[in-house]
Design a protein around this ligand. Structure first.
Ligand code: GNR
Ligand code: NI
Length: 176
């Protein structure tokens, strides 16, 4: 299982709109396994293909405690959204930043599973939040887009500075 590199804000590649998967084949299943491996290693509770510079509509998630409940969704479509939930969100593409975001608390969705079968499911709470966050990635949208321009600009500056120091002095701890 390959560990893939995760793009970081404000990388313009995170703004690309992912295209639908036409055929669920072994290449897609390998992508799913690599996404899961990368997500578990990070560690995170979700990962969209966009974040590893693959612009296909594929996402993975696992909100379980023991990390033994991988979920992979291909061409996900949110069919309904209900209720409001405010969660402190983080993103592997925006490291070290945690901010409150408003999402639907209950969603229903349609997708393909790793065998190419149609599935319909519902999600609540953290899983619903995570799936909405990942579906946003597939549209080129990040959770920082829900924050004020000022906050987003500060985050951009902070991450660029941290990364510059990282590249200049690779053996030093990141200065955040
Ligand atoms: O690991 C993650 N945690 C998280 C917490 C609250 C809301 C959303 C998330 S998703 C994030 C991993 C990630 O960046 N997925 O795109
Ligand atoms: Ni994210």
């Amino acid at each position: 299982m390959a560990k893939l590199t995760i793009l970081e804000f404000p990388d313009p590649r995170l703004r690309r709109k992912a295209v639908a998967v036409e055929l669920v084949d072994d290449k897609i299943r390998t992508l799913i396994d690599d996404l899961l491996g990368t997500m578990y290693a990070a560690p995170g509770i979700g990962l969209a293909a966009t974040q590893v510079d693959v612009h296909l509509r594929v996402l993975v998630a696992d909100i379980s405690e023991d990390k033994l409940a991988p979920l992979a969704l291909i061409n996900p479509e949110i069919l309904s959204r209900d209720g409001v939930e405010i969660t402190e969100e983080g993103c592997l593409s925006v490291p070290g930043v945690y901010e409150k975001v408003e999402r639907a608390e209950h969603i229903t969705l349609r997708a393909l599973d790793r065998d190419g079968n149609n599935i319909e499911m519902e999600a609540n709470g953290l899983l619903a939040v995570c799936i909405q966050h990942e579906c946003d990635h597939l549209e080129g949208k990040l959770f920082v887009d829900y924050l004020s321009e000022l906050k987003r600009q500060r985050i951009r500056t902070r991450l660029q500075k941290a990364r510059r120091l990282d590249i200049d002095r690779p053996h030093k701890a990141p200065a955040i």
